[in-house]
Write a protein that binds this ligand. Sequence first.
Ligand SMILES: [Zn+2]
Length: 275
Amino acid sequence: MNQWYPTSPPAEEKRPVAYAAPRGAASATAISSAAEPAHPNTSQEPCACGGKGYVFGEDGYCPCAAGAARQTEEQSWVVERIWGEARIPAELAERRIAGWPGDAAVRDYLLTWVSAWQGNHGPSLVLTGRARSGKTGLVLGLAYALVEQVVAERTPRFSLRFVTAYDLMAALSTWQGREERFRQYLECDLLILDDLGREPAWDSNVANLTRVVMHRYNHQLPLMITSNLSFGEIEARFGRDGDAVTGRLREMARGFVVEGFGELSGEAKAKANRL
Ligand SMILES: [Zn+2]
């Protein structure tokens, strides 16, 4: 169908694991001593890993139950590390796609955005629509599902940043260390730019946001964008660069553009407001 919609190769053909064990982490010690998995070979011949789940000097996990348990434990640790480094506000960090109260058809369509990713490359996603319609929670739920997928695929490196357009512009208003701060948002593998259009419409902000979109387009680094503005209003906001900016966003999103988002049912909306 769409050529960018990948079919995942079997797990054993993928790269060996590149994540280190959480050495010295108190939680890892606690987990392994509290819930040591039953080893499948205890009643037969002993496994080469001795129940540890991996064999030193070999790539990857032991193909026994202890190896599977070790892999699950270490992957969830990596997911939490990536998520923890994304600077998501605490009140939003628990959003998961499974708990999203909106239309299941919309959710299922947007989950194809997650599966369209391969490793740390994939399409952008743009959600525009009215305020308080649950856009940010949905985007974060999808982002978390993506991080889980990226880690399960053993992608060697993945960096995620969340920032509101307002806070990004505020962060760039101080000159000291500005370029270094800016680079984190220009160069992370996935940038969640929340609430585009809430920032003051100053020329400097327009120029900085144009730079974000153009840099990420040129380096094939995707964005997730939410905005209360329509595409037409975004285009107008970017002035003479408006056409170029919205054109590149559409190109990067490869169809994952949801305009007029926010048609949640009354019951779903009530649930969303309680979250
Ligand atoms: Zn083993």
